[in-house]
Design a protein around this ligand. Sequence first.
Ligand code: MG
Length: 258
Amino acid sequence: MKGKDMKQIRVAMMAALTTGAVFANPPNPKVEGDMFAVKKVAGTPNYAKPPAGAEVLFDGTSASAEANWVAEKPKEKGGVIWPIKDGVWIDTATDLLTKKEYGSVKLHLEWRVPKDRVAAGQKGANSGVIFMPKKGWYEVQILESYNNLTNTYSDGMAGAIYQRSTPASNPSMPKGEWQSYDITFLAPKFGADGSVGRKPTFTVVFNGVTVQDAVEIDGSTLKRTATLSPHPVKQPIKLQYHNDPIEFRNIWVQELGD
Ligand code: MG
């Protein structure tokens, strides 16, 4: 390429950058894009039965809820975990933790936003599934992202690894319809010297669509700037209570043992 052509390209690039700098509302540096900009695609939720050997964590019965889960703050509900109505588990008043601790897993869960629920950004229809919640905290966000009234940061929408990774597309279903997450979570590995041998790694299949493909994250999802530091790599799995009555049904887990 001639020097003159290079110069023209440079001029064009500078012009583009200048244009970008004069947005009426400059992007908030804390956020990564916006939810409404993520391409909507058709999904096919996975309602398949648990595979052989999977541990069923919830199947619509109180027996399965009580066998596998505890309320993190029992006093909030008098020690009672979430209510079940017609086989539907309603996210109420406290986070839940699995009784058992897990490392790397495949986790299937089905969730929905109640039909009459109004969602505005992060408010109204928010939950999440959190791995390593005691030390670490790596959340796959649950949020009404089909017809939310208010835009929000794209790495805080359904299918996002919260504050870390925007989903590749948005296969959300409307309110009132069951949606599926099939999450492969690889627990971090830490060396004896505190080094990071493997970062927490997520593959998220949302309504049958891969929206996170072996995405490694650099730290807790509680804070965008958090970095990784050694912690126990077997911990409970948490379902988040975020003041909203998100509904759940089939949940099962398969340990990956690595
Ligand atoms: Mg959440």
